[in-house]
Design a protein around this ligand. Structure first.
Ligand code: BGP
Length: 467
């Protein structure tokens, strides 16, 4: 582990390969499901792609240098599976390995600790066409790919994340249907999520078998689940929502098995669980994580289920009034408090939710360290006449979340790091380029020029104030 970050709290920011790299067909890279989707006639909401995006593939040195100059000692990024093994299974593409070697060495050269995610939504299209995560073959392929990552980068990378967001990804892919394969079928969602978790456990086993140094975790989007009414039916709805969003993933990777009442509910709902095979319980138990990565964006207010079919809807238009909705038949419904502010994508701004979430996670998993692997807020943003971006709303959002995280730490929760989403503006899944999260603005129309926002300088000052 590099000296500067060794043992220190990780203060950083994050990106993901498909969202920022561009260079979609360069140096032997294979096609991913997101490359294919964004070029297909299914990409109708904001029909753009990340073929180029902010062209990080050719700007990574500038981005990492800027991150380091901003006082950050850690950078979370993901590896595109298609750069390492273009069709998901088979020979290693040495040019892809060389690219990530350059990225990792650049981080270390600037005293920045890399936290590397091995899968962040972009699946080799060849595997996607054979069923993707619904097909158990993808677990085996993923574990082999992870082993390659450990072998090639494990001498220098000491923080690994197996999978990004088994909850949100499968919700979007198989329930809301806005991500490929654009399906609305919870049964298929549970199957894909199960295989993501199984694949993650297999990768953890490879990591341990190889005797690599460092920590390996899984990143999930977790939510503080709250109600406006405190009675038995609301508490029951909250419990169901906690199973649906959080514990189905978190219990499985932290404790090594899914919650019993979650499985009972799936059986009661009539889902076919024949994809669970003999011996899987042992794989899950021996593949538990060293830390849980927490992508913290929202709290969810929930209420009891009343009527209607299961229905999940995300807000991808960026227009106020386009609402996120969730009704899960016999489980719960999303509620709302109109007095809480939201951004243009109907995301609640509720910083205390991070404290509530961390306290709840600590109650469930008292021996597990947490890393806040993403926390951020998306806005429509433009350069002003002087060519700057003033983003006081982001400074307020991040500083309040950090304050609540530190309060949870004071009360005994073991948090090891905090990463702003995102390092610079990147492609936002389905929302295109209108939704900006970066500490650094990307002028997409002007050669992808990088322009630090006020929040970049605020974050730098905040980190240095701690020393
Ligand atoms: C998380 C993803 C990120 C990022 C972020 C913001 O769920 O891990 O990749 O995109 O959310 O989400 P969005 O871009 O959809 O607003």
């Amino acid at each position: 582990m590099n000296e500067k970050a060794k043992g220190a709290f990780l203060w950083g920011s994050a990106t993901a390969a498909y969202q920022c790299e561009g260079a979609w067909q360069e140096d032997g890279k294979g096609i991913s499901n997101w490359d294919a989707f964004c070029h297909s006639d299914k990409n109708v909401v904001n029909p753009v792609n990340a073929d180029v995006s902010c062209d990080y593939y050719h700007h990574y040195e500038e981005d990492i240098k800027m991150l380091a100059n901003g006082g950050q000692n850690a950078y979370r990024f993901s590896i595109a599976w298609t750069r390492i093994i273009p069709d998901g299974i088979g020979a290693v593409n040495e040019a892809g390995v060389a690219f990530y070697n350059r990225v990792i060495d650049c981080c270390l050269g600037h005293g920045v600790e890399p936290l590397v995610t091995m899968y962040h939504y972009d699946l080799p299209q060849a595997l996607f066409e054979r069923g993707g995560w619904e097909n158990r073959e993808t677990c085996e392929a993923y574990a082999a790919y992870a082993k390659t990552c450990f072998e090639r980068f494990g001498d220098r990378v000491h923080y690994w994340a197996t999978i990004n967001e088994p909850n949100y990804e499968t919700q979007c892919c198989y329930a809301a249907g806005n991500y490929p394969p654009n399906v609305q079928d919870l049964g298929r969602r549970w199957r894909a999520m199960y295989h993501l978790l199984l694949g993650s456990a297999m990768a953890v086993a490879e990591f341990r078998a190889g005797g690599y140094q460092g920590m390996i975790g899984l990143v999930n989007d977790s939510y503080s689940i709250e109600t406006l009414v405190d009675d038995e039916s609301y508490r029951k709805a909250a419990h169901c929502a906690d199973l649906f969003y959080n514990r189905c993933v978190n219990d499985t990777c932290v404790l090594g098995e899914p919650p019993r009442d979650f499985v009972e509910k799936l059986v009661a709902d009539g889902y076919d669980l024949s994809y669970v095979l003999d011996g899987d319980d042992e794989i899950l138990r021996s593949g538990t994580v060293d830390y849980l990565g927490v992508n913290a964006y929202l709290r969810y207010l929930v209420k009891p289920y009343t009527q209607g079919e299961t229905h999940l809807k995300m807000s991808n238009s960026g227009k106020k009034g386009d609402r996120v909705e969730a009704v899960v038949k016999n489980w719960f419904e999303l509620d709302r408090d109109e007095s809480i502010p939201t951004n243009d994508w109907d995301m609640e701004i509720y910083p205390k939710g991070l404290y509530n979430l961390l306290m709840a996670l600590h109650d469930l998993y008292p021996d597990t360290p947490f890393i806040i692997t993403e926390n951020g807020i998306g806005y429509h943003e433009h350069l002003d006449e002087l060519g700057n971006v003033h983003d006081p709303y982001r400074i307020e959002f991040q500083s309040q979340h950090i304050a609540w995280m530190r309060e949870a730490m004071r009360e005994g929760v073991d948090v090891r790091g905090y990463f702003v989403w995102s390092t610079m503006d990147v492609y936002s899944w389905i929302n295109g380029y209108a939704k900006r999260y970066g500490l650094v603005y990307i002028d997409y129309d002007n050669g992808n020029k990088r322009i630090p926002k006020d929040s970049y300088y605020w974050y730098k000052g905040f980190i240095s104030s701690l020393e």
